[in-house]
Design a protein around this ligand. Structure first.
Ligand SMILES: Cc1ncc(COP(=O)(O)O)c(C=O)c1O
Length: 308
């Protein structure tokens, strides 16, 4: 598995890794992120995190005794203002392609974040689980930017690339000194695990991810067109499994509580991924990693609901 991860990083990004010292296999990306944050963050330390964010980040930062300093992504194009880290900032936790917005950061943004890490001596921890699910633009790992390899831990997993989200086989890569620190925590979280699935994941890592991405791009477009026909305004999404939309200025949390009962469709309000008050109030996240007939049925149900 470690050799397969090293071969994957070389093939896709030109990064040459020592499979023994620069790769740690984990129980999904989630354990990799937890082990890394517990290793890197101490009491009172600050971690810069895009907001909204995948929901495991803040609890783990706080479990480690740290605090999140949010970097607000602003709809509809999900860009962020220049970042000013405080004196307690230690880590930049970056997720691109980004859940829940579907944003893929561009090279200018990555360069600005790399400069920030170097200037403020931050360790970068990147969550790249959607690395192969990019429909517009291109994914560039932060670790490949000048000056970043030695200060970056890159986390990914087999979950999204091959639609096996229950498998929980992930990995952390980076310079040996940082990976060693992750391993020191991982040892007492789970020690090892999922070995039979690691054999399968190693095979999966060698498979070309492009056909799955092409199929998901078509599903993104299918759901977006359907939602527009129902009357939703759809926000742009360049990657991931997710599409965000608004229905006038309807409150998204209220809408998402009603939709399963009234329409038989489930979605998540973006406010569930954010510490900000109000800013994302009307935005609903839909998932398009579904069979086409499920997406079509959802649109039929939403149209009937809306008509009713
Ligand atoms: C941004 C992000 N990171 C990590 C994960 C989980 O990855 P894994 O199943 O490998 O723990 C998810 C799943 O929703 C995610 O959206």
């Amino acid at each position: 598995m470690r050799e397969a991860v090293a071969a994957h990083q070389l093939r896709h990004y030109g990064l040459e890794l020592d499979p023994d010292r620069e790769v740690q296999v984990t129980f999904g990306a989630t354990e990799g992120l937890a082990a890394a944050l517990l290793a890197l963050v101490g009491a009172g330390d600050e971690v810069l995190v895009l907001d909204p964010a995948y929901d495991s980040y803040t609890p783990i930062v706080e479990l480690a005794g740290g605090r999140v300093q949010p970097i607000a992504l602003e709809p509809p194009d999900w860009r962020f203002a220049p970042v000013e880290p405080g004196p307690a900032a230690r880590v930049l936790l970056l997720n691109s392609p980004h859940n829940p917005t579907g944003r893929v950061l561009d090279e200018g943004e990555l360069e600005s974040l790399a400069r920030l890490c170097v200037e403020h001596d931050l360790i970068a921890l990147t969550d790249e689980v959607y690395e192969h699910l990019v429909y517009d633009g291109r994914h560039v790992p932060l670790a490949t930017l000048p000056g970043m390899w030695e200060r970056t831990l890159t986390v990914s997993s087999i979950a999204k690339t091959h639609s096996v989200t229950g498998w929980k086989i992930g990995w952390v890569t980076g310079p040996a000194a940082l990976v060693e620190r992750v391993r020191g925590v991982k040892q007492f979280l789970s020690f090892a695990g999922g070995t039979p699935l690691q054999h399968a994941a190693a095979v999966g890592l060698a498979i070309d991810p492009a056909p799955l991405a092409a199929a998901l791009r078509a599903k993104r477009d299918r759901l977006a067109d359907g939602l527009r026909a129902v009357g939703f305004d759809v926000l742009p999404t360049a990657g991931t499994y997710f599409l965000n939309a608004t229905l006038g200025d309807r409150d998204a949390a209220e809408l998402c509580q009603r939709l399963p009962h009234e329409a038989g469709v489930a979605a998540i309000p973006l406010s569930a991924f954010s510490a900000r008050d109000g800013a994302l109030r009307s935005i609903v996240r839909f998932a398009f990693c579904k069979r086409e007939e499920v997406l079509d049925q959802a649109i039929v149900r939403l149209r009937t609901w809306k008509g009713g």
